[in-house]
Design a protein around this ligand. Structure first.
Ligand code: AMP
Length: 214
């Protein structure tokens, strides 16, 4: 099962991808996570990507396409994968199709998670992530039991640098201009389903699973 999760920043792609990973035993591939860890380790890729990420703009297609090409060639992707945050431009979508067809693979499902901009800004402002295990929280909607500490592993929680109000506005604009056209792109291939990204995490997940298994 090869799945793409589409949606603006804060829509809950990462949260839903983690749930699908445990349900289907296929990996979540988040270009954002891969880039953040490259930035943290100051690799060549990380140093190139940092300024784009800090300003809320997209990292050049050539860099992210190369990341995905390598990642999808790993043996753990043979049974399927969940792409979270890729593709984000039409050029990335075309490159993905080309690389998969070279291996006689294709995309089975594209799910667009929809949430209005006002709600997205509220969610992202409160978003917290665990330094240790990566579990996500929201200081307003889904707070940890102890302030700034992860319920699962006890590590410190942090706020992403690009989750500031200014950067978030830039990211939403980038989404509208460069990523939203992918909705039409995949609809025209009859691969797209839309799921409302509001309601409880479990409810959204049930709707998603319904599309995938229905
Ligand atoms: P995310 O965690 O998916 O919100 O991604 C954080 C940041 O990483 C984005 O704002 C972009 O700067 C960069 N990024 C992640 N995925 C991509 C992609 N597919 N294409 C270009 N830039 C990306």
């Amino acid at each position: 099962m090869n799945i793409i999760l589409l949606g603006p920043p804060g829509a809950g792609k990462g949260t839903q991808a983690k749930l699908l990973t445990s349900r289907y035993g296929i990996p979540q591939i988040s270009t954002g996570d891969i880039l953040r860890s490259a930035v943290k380790e100051s690799t060549y890729l990380g140093n190139k990507a940092k300024e784009f990420m800090d300003s809320g703009s997209l990292v050049p297609d050539s860099l992210v396409i190369a990341i995905i090409k390598e990642r999808l060639s790993s043996s753990d992707c043979i049974r399927g994968f969940i792409l979270d945050g890729f593709p984000r431009t039409l050029a990335q979508a075309d490159a993905l199709e080309l690389m998969l067809s070279g291996d006689y693979r294709n995309i089975d499902h594209v799910i667009a998670i929809t949430v209005n901009n006002e709600e997205l800004i509220g969610r992202v402002m409160g978003r917290l992530t665990c330094k240790g295990c990566g579990r996500g929280y929201n200081s307003k909607f889904d707070p940890p039991q102890v302030v700034d500490k992860c319920d699962s592993c006890g590590s410190l929680l942090f706020q992403r640098e690009d989750d500031s109000p200014e950067t978030m506005r830039a990211r939403l604009q980038v989404y509208e201009e460069q990523t939203a056209p992918l909705i039409e792109y995949y609809a025209s291939k009859s691969l797209l389903r839309s799921v409302a990204g509001t309601g409880s995490i479990d409810e959204i997940n049930r709707n998603l699973v319904c599309f995938l298994e229905g």
